[in-house]
Design a protein around this ligand. Structure first.
Ligand code: FES
Length: 108
């Protein structure tokens, strides 16, 4: 199992266990994490699964490829820590991953 921590805009923290091979978005949806809308179901076309990666995890998670960067331009609050959670596949190396759910996302 891969432990993942989601921090909401009000600083509440939810820790969930995901499975290796699942995406971060799937893990969030399965656990009922608010704010991860994922309207396209992981098709990488909606950007409503946007999260901010905690600074200490950015190197391990990696930066967004060009196509993902283009989609992230549509995401309110996008910054250099932004990733689409549907494009992050959980691996043992990501155990303990911490991400923040953007406040703006719930306004879609
Ligand atoms: Fe639509 Fe990630 S779920 S882009």
């Amino acid at each position: 199992m891969v432990n993942v921590h989601f921090i909401q805009p009000d600083s509440t923290r939810q820790s969930v266990e995901g499975s290796e091979g699942m995406t971060l978005m799937e893990t969030a949806r399965e656990a009922g994490i608010p704010g991860i809308l994922a309207e396209c179901g992981g098709g990488a076309i909606c950007s409503t699964c946007h999260v901010h990666i905690a600074p200490e995890w950015i190197e391990k998670v990696g930066t967004a490829p060009e196509m993902e960067q283009m989609l992230l331009e549509l995401a309110p609050g996008k910054d250099e820590s932004s990733r689409l959670s549907c494009q992050i596949v959980l691996t043992p190396e990501l155990d303990g991953l911490t991400v923040t759910v953007p406040e703006e996302q719930s306004d879609y």
